[in-house]
Design a binder for this molecule. Structure first.
Ligand SMILES: [Mg+2]
Length: 266
């Protein structure tokens, strides 16, 4: 299959690798993109790692060498969103040390009491006190922003609770709907388009429109719906989470479907 796109947005888990298992067709696909000098970004909901940590993991375990700025996480997208919509905000964070560091680096003040924004992400040190503080702050009018609503983290133990499980708790305790940043939200997609175009402009190249970019991913409800929600073409791979059977009942179909990325020509 082939259609000419000028840039690619690519999911990680299930698309570039499957947990600890490599997906050689995806590794080869990245090498083909690099050889043809076609720009791409990895767009991932994982908010617990810095972009450099993601690039290091790809290099060390999956034979894929990219720059940190070719990775756009829901943490980076959240920082970009907060800089635009809540500049100078005091933030109460339920999240990782890595995300805390990125917020501080961007100039935000992290507080325990009276925040302007509650930013909720995956927090492996979550406890009742934090949930209580977040609930009361949102009930007192703080903005409720969530990096990603992935329900589970698949690992060697099984399907462990993800960021979305905490979001469900806070939805219940506050009666409020959060602003969601990660896929399938259009926020991370618009942020990724902006991020890519900043890089292209810096390299003296022309900015791209979303019609010239395609979103590649394995998960229908996150990756494909993220593309659908911003009217971007989508390329679904069957190497990960979703199968053809999952598409039988859905209205918005992926633009393209391939077994794996060896079946996609550039
Ligand atoms: Mg995936």
């Amino acid at each position: 299959m082939k259609q000419e796109y000028k840039a690619y947005f690519i999911d990680l888990d299930g698309t570039m690798y499957m947990g600890k298992n490599r997906i050689p067709s995806a590794e080869a696909f990245i090498k083909r993109l690099q050889k043809k000098d076609i720009p791409f970004l990895f767009v991932t909901n994982n908010a617990t790692k810095t972009t450099q940590q993601v690039a290091d993991k790809l290099h060390n375990h999956y034979d894929t060498t990219v720059e940190a700025n070719q990775v756009y996480t829901s943490a980076v997208a959240s920082v970009d969103y907060l800089l635009e919509h809540h500049p100078g905000a005091k933030i109460f964070l339920l999240g990782s040390e890595s995300l805390r560091g990125q917020l501080v680096e961007a100039g935000f003040t992290l507080v325990d009491n009276n925040p302007d924004v509650v930013l909720q992400s995956l927090d492996i040190n979550l406890d009742y006190q934090k949930l209580e503080k977040a609930t009361l702050a949102i009930r007192n009018g703080a903005a409720f922003v969530v990096t990603n609503i992935d329900s589970n983290i698949p690992n060697e133990k099984g399907l462990c609770p993800g960021s979305g499980a905490t979001t469900a708790f806070l939805r219940c305790s506050t009666g409020q709907e959060p602003v969601i940043i990660g896929k399938p939200s259009s926020v991370i997609m618009e942020g990724a388009i902006h991020h890519l175009n900043e890089q292209l402009k810096a390299a003296g190249k022309q900015a791209l429109t979303k019609e010239e970019i395609v979103m590649v991913g394995d998960n229908y409800t996150t990756d494909i719906m993220a593309g659908v929600n911003v009217s971007m073409d989508t390329l679904m791979v069957l190497t990960g989470f979703s199968s053809r059977e999952d598409l039988v009942t859905v209205e918005a179909q992926p633009t393209h479907i391939v077994e794996d990325l060896t079946h996609w020509e550039l």
